[in-house]
Design a protein around this ligand. Sequence first.
Ligand SMILES: CC(C)(COP(=O)(O)OP(=O)(O)OC[C@H]1O[C@@H](n2cnc3c(N)ncnc32)[C@H](O)[C@@H]1OP(=O)(O)O)[C@@H](O)C(=O)NCCC(=O)NCCS
Length: 164
Amino acid sequence: MEERTWKDSITELQRMVLPEDTNIFGNLYGGRLVEWIDNVASIVAIKHARKKSVTGSIDSLFFLSPVKLGDIVELRGRINFVTRSTMEIEVNVFSEEGITGLRKFTTTAFLTYVAIDDQGKASPVPGLKLETDEDKERFSEGEKRYQVRKLNLQNVKANIPEKV
Ligand SMILES: CC(C)(COP(=O)(O)OP(=O)(O)OC[C@H]1O[C@@H](n2cnc3c(N)ncnc32)[C@H](O)[C@@H]1OP(=O)(O)O)[C@@H](O)C(=O)NCCC(=O)NCCS
């Protein structure tokens, strides 16, 4: 399968926070932001794999600054790392006040997408072409997170609640 670079799938999305996106304090719901993050990551995944791909996991998320009604939210997604059938996608989120232009960093999310076949089973994805030292560094950091996730996944599978 032909390798692709991260540039082939980089994706940026901008959204304005509307009243239906906020809680009673006028702040963006965390869940809404996760939906947007997942949406951006799903575009990156399908552009890299050119196959059906599903969200396997989302690493811990820390929201560092509140996003307010009327703010512009910018989400930038890129692929860092791949295995046979999984892709690690990083999404960085910033907010910007429309009037003042004041920008704040909100969060970084790492998502794992798994490409699937018509039976819903994991299916191979193209390799990631590493062109620069930064690409290699990101890949290697992604591999470290992947190893941690593998252990976490085993742990989750070993502790499925009895009453499903
Ligand atoms: C993710 C899913 C496709 C894995 O299917 P599978 O064929 O059983 O996958 P396997 O156990 O053979 O694992 C294939 C690879 O995916 C990885 N993987 C499997 N489940 C994963 C998960 N939940 N999160 C992250 N990685 C996962 C495995 O580590 C393995 O990686 P490797 O190729 O590097 O070894 C399946 O569990 C699924 O459909 N889950 C629901 C996804 C979904 O609907 N998401 C939306 C929210 S509900």
